[in-house]
Design a protein. Structure first.
Length: 141
């Protein structure tokens, strides 16, 4: 992707204008509930940044810092696994860029297994318990 920066000088104010902002996601893939760091540069300083997320199913607005940088976090929603586009646009210049995030499947939590006890062991233990009770409650004459 080519980024061209040029300068505009008007009324003794030097303004940096970028042809297209750039963004990165960290990580670039993960299951639902993953926290994603969104960073970018090339936006209007102290400007509004519109982020269209998850193939257009969500939108969020952030503000850039005094240098035109974006630093934000998002949490991956519970969507089906697959490739999802983010479109990030500078609200002032309307320049936009896209980046992809891959939602992966949640790893299943292993189900704990209960060890099987053979029926003969259970029967033997029950008989032992009954015998112990009989001995304990036996009356002496």
């Amino acid at each position: 992707m080519l980024f061209i920066t040029y300068f505009v000088l008007s009324a003794s104010l030097l303004t940096f204008v970028n042809a297209a902002p750039n963004i990165t996601l960290n990580p670039t893939s993960g299951p639902p509930y993953t926290v994603v760091q969104v960073t970018g540069s090339g936006f209007t300083p102290n400007g509004q940044i519109n982020v269209i997320t998850w193939n257009g199913t969500g939108s969020i607005t952030f503000n850039s810092d005094p240098y035109g940088n974006l630093n934000a976090t998002l949490t991956v929603p519970t969507l089906n696994p697959g490739n999802y586009q983010f479109t990030v646009a500078d609200a002032y210049t309307h320049s936009a860029t896209q980046i992809q995030f891959i939602i992966t499947q949640v790893s299943p939590t292993p189900t704990p297994t209960v060890p099987e006890i053979p029926i003969a062991t259970v029967t033997f233990m029950a008989l032992l318990f009954i015998g112990a009770l009989m001995l304990a409650t036996r009356k002496t004459k």
